[in-house]
Design a protein around this ligand. Structure first.
Ligand SMILES: NC(=O)C1=CN([C@@H]2O[C@H](COP(=O)(O)OP(=O)(O)OC[C@H]3O[C@@H](n4cnc5c(N)ncnc54)[C@H](O)[C@@H]3O)[C@@H](O)[C@H]2O)C=CC1
Ligand SMILES: O=C(O)[C@@H]1CCC=N1
Length: 275
């Protein structure tokens, strides 16, 4: 049972998560507290929109919280932890959404054995549709993982993974929504360039991606089976897929995920433990 959640960082990811928690009535909005570096206007927006408590006073925000969610950019993590560390106790649970930053580094910065869970949500959290991966740090027990998972179901699905896999998973599902947006952008542009009205191109492309996602979920069939059902021999889809193959579609996606994972590793390498 969670009684109070504190967000350190009040940007888009914090908003997506707290919006989900408020919408699903996981706990009353007043029991969610938020802080940021110093932007009072931004805090006022969150207070007015969601009814949460917000303050730039770190002690007020963190004290008594069962769960503290680190939701600043990786570059700000050291400064942010330094300001909240005096108020973080070992009976609290720290959940990080920071890309690349290891739980060992966070534990070292917190200089205590407070349990730390590292997660990788995505921006579909805004509508309760995140695919969130969760990994336990060395001081986190199965109960802590279960508590984090229960909380994060407010923003979508949760999958427990090993921390070593989080770089690749960031490339898969953390950044993943962007690949589909990019695909839709490309499809719309291609249709418009071929003379289709922009509004019509948008409407058809949007329902196509949405319908395809629902087909994958509702039929439970493999993407390759679904693809084969559309591909009549010698027909239009075969011509289209052959074109994607000529442009090395599979290799492009492999390189896309590998490079995102590599970037996550590089980002994490800036936050190495000292021993
Ligand atoms: N945007 C995305 O798709 C995803 C982002 N993430 C991770 O979420 C984290 C946050 O990203 P966004 O919300 O997009 O960033 P953002 O820039 O919108 O928000 C960052 C927040 O941190 C606050 N902050 C900065 N320094 C601080 C300090 N010293 N003390 C307290 N608060 C401080 C800022 O005031 C701001 O409210 C990042 O670490 C990112 O890696 C994870 C998954 C997906
Ligand atoms: O682009 C980024 O670094 C963050 C992490 C995953 C999605 N957005």
């Amino acid at each position: 049972m969670v009684n109070k959640i504190a967000f350190i960082g009040a940007g888009s990811m914090a908003e997506a998560i707290l919006a989900g928690i408020v919408a699903k009535e996981v706990l009353p909005a007043k029991q969610i507290s938020v802080t940021n570096r110093q932007n009072q206007d931004r805090l006022n927006v969150l207070v007015n929109q969601y009814g949460v408590f917000a303050s730039t006073n770190k002690e007020e925000v963190v004290s008594g919280a069962d769960v503290v969610i680190l939701s600043m950019k990786p570059k700000d993590v050291e400064a942010a932890i330094a300001t909240v560390k005096p108020y973080i106790k070992e009976d609290q649970l720290v959940i990080s959404v920071l890309a690349g930053v290891s739980t060992d580094f966070l534990s070292e910065q917190l200089s205590s054995s407070v349990p730390v869970i590292r997660t990788m949500p995505n921006t579909s959290a805004t509508i309760g549709q995140s695919a969130t991966a969760i990994a336990a740090g060395k001081f986190a027990t199965d109960d802590h993982v279960a508590k984090a998972a229960e909380l994060l179901t407010a923003i979508g699905t949760t999958t427990v993974v090993e921390e070593k896999d989080l770089h690749t998973i960031t490339g898969l599902s953390g950044s993943g929504p962007a690949y589909f947006y990019y695909m839709v952008e490309a499809m719309e542009t291609a249709a418009v360039n071929a003379g289709i009205d922009e509004k019509i191109a948008k409407e058809l492309a949007l329902q196509t991606i949405s319908g395809a996602a629902q087909m994958l979920k509702q039929t439970g069939e493999n993407p390759s089976e679904l693809r084969k059902k559309i591909t009549s021999p010698g027909g239009t889809t075969q011509a289209a897929i052959e074109t994607l193959d000529q442009f090395k579609f599979q290799e492009a996606i492999e390189a896309c995920i590998t490079n995102a994972a590599k970037r996550s590793e590089e980002m994490g390498a800036a936050f190495k433990i000292s021993k």
